[in-house]
Design a protein around this ligand. Structure first.
Ligand code: GRF
Length: 196
């Protein structure tokens, strides 16, 4: 299955997907930051990539749609993509766009999730992969990974602990969808793979 990956920055989740490609292939990377490390990575790995200036989001989405129509991917993956897609765009690709977010959604949508978890004295933190529906970090949650918050944790230590778990969660989830072991039908998720 072909996937198109949207990024804005470092691209460590993109790297994890490129290193995994278990039943799927990253066919195109779309990036809204010219200087993003992730865009450099795509170029170094020989992955077709497109920089899109997102200052006019309507125009940007129209260019992104053209790329998607050309690629016809099975899935669109937002991996550290820092723009909110419109309801028109997300409705067009309903149940085809997933995002990785560093919190246990529906808790802590938005930015600075690690610090907000600490400020609220939470004992658990984590990351979620979810379908994207046009609201910020909102839509059906598909999968989650958890970490325990320790008394000496800082926002940086939580981010560092979580990122490798994020990579596993994202590659595993994309693999399940690509290998048709996870289906979204009749408004609910169906897991038809091996027992976990
Ligand atoms: C990750 O923490 C992801 O959950 C969030 O943005 C970060 C992107 O990191 N949406 P990277 O660019 O994949 O390294």
């Amino acid at each position: 299955m072909k996937i198109v990956v949207f990024i804005s920055g470092r691209g460590s989740n993109l790297k994890a997907l490129l290193d995994d490609e278990n039943g799927y292939k990253v066919s195109h990377v779309i990036c809204n930051k010219r200087e993003a490390k992730g865009l450099q990575l795509a170029q170094n790995r020989g992955v077709t990539n497109t920089y899109i200036d997102w200052s006019n989001s309507k125009q940007a989405e129209s260019i992104a749609s053209t790329v998607i129509e050309e690629e016809t991917p099975g899935l669109i993956v937002l991996a550290g993509f820092m723009r909110i897609l419109s309801t028109e765009f997300t409705a067009k690709y309903k149940n085809k766009i997933i995002n990785i977010h560093p919190s246990l959604l529906p808790d802590y949508p938005g930015l600075n999730t690690h610090q907000r978890v600490l400020d609220d004295n939470k004992s658990m933190h984590g990351a979620s992969v979810h379908f994207v529906d046009g609201l910020l970090d909102h839509g059906q949650v598909i999968s989650q990974t958890h970490i325990k918050v320790q008394p000496n944790d800082t926002a940086t230590s939580l981010a560092n602990k979580l990122i490798s778990k994020e990579h596993k969660l994202l590659t595993h989830t994309v693999g399940l969808i690509a290998n048709q072991q996870l289906n979204w039908e009749n408004n609910s998720l169906h897991y038809t793979g091996k027992p976990l």
